[in-house]
Design a protein around this ligand. Structure first.
Ligand code: WT7
Length: 659
């Protein structure tokens, strides 16, 4: 099979010794009846009412699932609800106004706690302000903020007035922001003056200003003053100060707008196989039900918990498991600004200790870094409050899995390895921590009510142990409704490959390869498309390649992923220069700069390898697979099909020189 990202092939090849959830965990778990798998299977799709029951509906739905317009499935189509009401008002009505909703740990050591009442007040004031600026139901509001409390506040304010938000990761560039705003026709932007990066003030507003220049539409902008005197700024036309707006609308409340369950809650752009990012559309009812349900059943979140997903809200993980899931359940969600190693490598454990965090959720790339830094960092703190650990974003091999359980979880916390995607909205594959055995290196079985099949090229199920394509055979509530303004691409990207539209048979293709064992446990191997996952962020190789090709003097570029010694994915760029142009430091520098300005620093390659030519097939197709093997130091297969086989040796020599 054309397993493009073959470097991940062995990442989860071996599953380690299994572990059972400890009795003490099982006894208190939200979900502990093993019969749930059968109960869901026998009662599909009505089983999903159990998820919907975690929410408060303005109008109860009669229909659970409408499949008539497949693959544009409609969950709870005749129900109505408001997401902000579910995350705020109903907890106040239940007498929990003084319960902590958000505990924020800022980069400069600041700490702020928002009770549900505090959050309710601020969300309402900002919702009133947005309305006053002209935001109407269904207008897309772009949010370009770092990890400060105003980010979830702005999201919930949008949800309250039925305006879909489109959060753009704060580290992305002005160009990336402009592309996303233009694609969504977004006329409103919420941003800030800047933020601190490793102690330095970093200008965000200048990026936002440049993005606005690149947009055809007029953009009304709200600016949060994060840095005060550290970075003075002036407001221009069509710009408002967040704190002044709050004063102007102090104490105002806004009725939550009753949305159809199928109405868009938000848009999230993600990388795809072409340069154009995809605007994944999530609906209000199905999405919220699924994130609430998985927060309850997989992450075992309870209202009395202090729960911490150490991700960035600028990606789907933060949307689902910092904001919507935990707040829908009325728990305390921790959010932190910064990085795990600043000011020191004990930053996270300090936060766990002083907040007595019960459930902690992070990414394998972070876990591998913790392991590299050493057990003394978590060892220096009291982490005994932890009851459950989770991981998401990439395959995790048994060694870091066991290290995490041992050194962070004290040897007795269950670990859930959760597989999902921007498009699935919420977790789709994971063990249920109160029921299932854990096999390090395998995410686990598909969740109850979700039907995963690993298939070969022709869509037939593979035998256990064999690698195949990860597909989902029936719809699920958190699934994307479509791609913004692009129904055809939604069908083409996810459904076409394994569906039979004439027979009205639909099968979702995730873009991942995986293997299933005899117990139905799934090990995800990696992606088949031109997408590289770096630190749990999806980057399209095409996007990076076109940023490189834009540089003066560059003829052609190919970008591949390489698995580092620590198991992290690194970006390798192979570049050929135009005739007569020497590959030199200036070109290399220009490549880095252009990538950072068109995508962002996360896409910066670890290595830029100059080569006179890229290896190509006789038909002229760049052999990326071969370049990937070269980067990974793997045995090369037959290169005789190449038009220029001699180039491969030259590239290998170049890499060895560098290395
Ligand atoms: C891709 C989705 C879902 C939030 C983070 C990333 C990979 C995700 C796992 C896991 C192996 C995983 C897949 C997937 N992935 N979780 N537990 N084991 N791989 O969201 O940016 O949409 O990326 O991340 O390749 O397709 P995303």
């Amino acid at each position: 099979m054309d397993d493009r990202n073959g470097w991940n092939r062995d990442a989860a090849a071996l599953t380690g010794a299994t572990h059972s959830p400890p009795q003490s965990f099982v006894e208190q778990a939200n979900v502990s009846d093993p019969g749930i798998y059968e109960a869901f299977a026998e009662n599909w799709p009505a089983c999903w009412e159990r998820a919907a029951d975690l929410l408060s509906w303005d109008d109860e739905y009669e229909t659970v699932l409408d499949e008539t317009d497949a693959p544009f499935y409609r969950w709870f189509p005749d129900g109505r609800l408001n997401a902000a009401y579910n995350c705020l008002d109903r907890h106040l009505e239940a007498g929990r106004k003084n319960h902590a909703a958000i505990r924020w740990e800022g980069k400069q050591g600041e700490r702020r706690t928002y009770t549900y009442r505090d959050l309710y007040v601020e969300v309402n004031e900002f919702a009133a302000a947005l309305r006053n600026l002209g935001v109407e139901e269904d207008d897309v509001v772009t949010i370009y903020l770092p990890m400060i409390p105003e980010l979830p506040i702005a999201m919930l304010a949008c949800a309250r007035i039925g305006a879909p938000h489109s959060v753009v990761f704060a580290g992305l560039s002005a160009d990336a922001l402009a592309t996303r705003m233009a694609a969504a026709d977004s006329e409103y932007l919420v941003t800030c003056d800047g933020y601190y990066r490793r102690g330095d003030a970093f200008n965000q507003k200048s990026k936002a200003d440049n993005a606005r220049i690149g947009c055809e539409q007029d953009v009304r902008t709200v600016v949060v003053d994060r840095l005060g005197d550290d970075l003075p700024h002036v407001l221009g036309d069509d710009e408002w100060d967040y704190h002044e707006l709050r004063e102007e609308f102090a104490g105002e409340t806004v009725e939550p707008v009753s949305r159809k369950a199928t109405d868009m809650l938000f848009l999230m752009y993600t990388s795809g196989t072409t340069g154009e990012p995809k605007g994944v559309v999530h609906a209000t009812g199905g999405y919220l039900a699924h994130v609430a349900w998985t927060s309850h059943a997989v992450l075992d979140v309870k209202p009395a918990d202090t729960y911490w997903c150490a991700a960035d809200i600028g990606w789907i993980t933060g949307h689902s498991y910092i904001v919507y899931g935990p707040l829908a359940l009325g728990t305390t969600t921790v959010m932190y600004e910064g990085t795990p190693d600043y000011p020191d490598r004990d930053r996270l454990w300090k936060i766990v200790d002083r907040n007595a965090v019960d459930v902690f959720y992070t990414a394998p790339t972070a876990i591998r870094a913790f392991m590299k830094w050493g057990a003394e960092y978590p060892g220096g703190y009291d982490l005994s409050s932890l009851r459950l650990l989770g991981t998401v974003g990439e395959p995790i091999s048994p060694r870091p899995w066991n290290w995490y359980r041992e050194h962070v979880g004290g040897g007795d916390c269950p670990v859930v390895d959760t597989w999902w995607q921007t498009e699935t909205g919420a977790v789709a594959i994971s063990t249920l921590p109160g029921i299932d055995e854990m096999k390090p290196g395998s995410a686990g079985p598909a969740l109850p009510g979700i039907d995963v099949e690993i298939v070969d090229q022709s869509g037939d199920e593979v035998t256990p142990g064999e690698a195949g394509y990860l597909t989902i055979t029936r719809p699920w509530p958190g699934m994307a409704r479509t791609l913004y303004d692009n129904d055809e691409r939604f069908v083409a990207e996810y459904w076409q490959r394994f569906s039979d539209p004439d027979a009205d048979e639909w099968r979702y293709f995730s873009g991942d390869t995986a293997r299933i064992d005899d117990d139905g446990y799934i090990s995800v191997l990696g992606r088949v498309d031109d997408v590289i996952s770096v630190s749990g962020h999806r980057l399209g190789t095409m996007e990076i390649e076109s940023a490189i090709a834009d540089v003066d003097g560059v003829a052609e570029a190919a970008v591949v992923g390489r698995s580092s010694e620590t198991g992290d994915t690194e970006i390798y760029a192979y570049v050929s220069t135009e005739r007569g142009r020497d590959p030199n430091t200036a070109v290399r520098q220009a490549i880095f700069e252009n990538i950072e300005s068109s995508i962002g620093p996360i896409a910066r390659p670890t290595a830029v390898v100059f080569t006179p030519e890229l290896p190509k097939t006789r038909s002229g197709k760049i052999m990326r697979r071969l370049l990937e093997d070269v980067a990974n130091g793997e045995e090369l297969g037959d290169t005789s099909a190449l038009r220029n086989p001699e180039i491969v040796g030259e590239i290998q020599a170049e890499i060895e020189d560098d290395g």
